[in-house]
Design a protein around this ligand. Structure first.
Ligand code: ADP
Ligand code: MG
Length: 257
């Protein structure tokens, strides 16, 4: 039996006069790896940021890790809803394109920061956990290095270890390899592949088609703030019979990558 970890229904988000999300429905089951593809500007980042309320949608409903939030209430979230936002954030992790590490902290300090400040884990325990996680992403020897002395691929692996430190139920990745030179991408994708193989629930915005082909269970294709198709990877990368005219749109998108 698989539980639903993420469910978004009718998510609408407008910035000024621009409607960025136009009624998006998505779901992610426990243990599933869902890849979101789509052209630049289609709303992928805004969707991910909406799922842990880094952006507040105008309307729609979210249920993340069992915490339900109805958008659009006058006056914003009430106290109980704000507590659910805080709770769902503690159960999810976000990995950004730009790493977002603290420059004045070592790799190890970056990894354990949330454990100490958010989860109030005792220092010795946090250090042991952080060292184990750095080992898991292949960076045990970089524990005392500052971000400035790490490669992009190493920085992103520290960021993943930092996310894992919170023991999340689901990880959101927003183009985790897009800022990296091609030769550094594989080391990050390798870590992500391993997480997927270990059963982590992952929602991954990426242009890495090989990762999608190999690691995804499902592919969501977005355009103009809408989900054009949401299907098994075998269908998306197969003959696309049954996707009708959308198949041709996907063909063009993949051809351009
Ligand atoms: N904070 C913001 N203010 C105004 N417009 C924004 C903001 N964030 C995103 N947008 C606009 O929303 C659209 C979708 O952006 P985004 O979600 O980043 O798409 P993607 O990640 O698919 O490239 C773009 O047109 C972008 O300019
Ligand atoms: Mg984006």
């Amino acid at each position: 039996m698989s539980t639903i970890k993420v469910k978004a229904e009718g998510i609408v988000k407008t910035f000024g006069a621009t409607q960025v999300l136009d009624g998006v429905d998505i779901s992610v089951n426990g243990g599933e790896v869902v890849v979101v593809l789509g052209p630049s500007g289609s709303g992928k980042t805004t969707l991910l940021r909406s799922l842990n309320l880094l952006e507040t949608p105008d309307s729609g409903t979210l249920e993340v890790c069992g915490y339900r939030l109805d958008m659009g209430a006058r006056g914003g979230f009430d106290r109980a809803a704000r507590q659910r936002v805080a709770a769902l954030r503690r159960r999810t992790a976000m990995v950004f394109q730009s790493f977002n590490l603290f420059p004045h902290m070592t790799a190890l300090q970056n990894v354990i920061e949330g454990l100490i400040s958010v989860k109030k884990v005792p220092k010795a325990e946090a250090l042991a956990c952080g060292e184990a996680l750095l080992g898991q992403v292949g960076l045990a020897d970089k524990r005392d290095s500052y971000p400035a002395s790490l490669s992009g691929g190493q920085k992103q692996r520290v960021a993943i270890a930092r996310g894992l430190a919170m023991d999340p139920e689901v990880i959101f990745f927003d183009e985790p390899t897009s800022a990296l030179d091609p030769e550094l991408r594989d080391e990050v994708l390798g870590v992500m592949r391993k997480l997927a193989d270990d059963g982590m629930t992952m929602l991954v915005v990426t242009h890495e088609i090989r990762f999608a082909r190999e690691a995804a269970d499902r592919v969501i294709f977005m355009e103009n703030g809408r989900v054009l198709t949401d299907c098994a990877k075998e269908v998306f990368f197969g003959d696309r019979a049954g996707l009708a005219d959308i198949g041709e749109r996907i063909e063009r998108f993949l051809g351009r990558l």
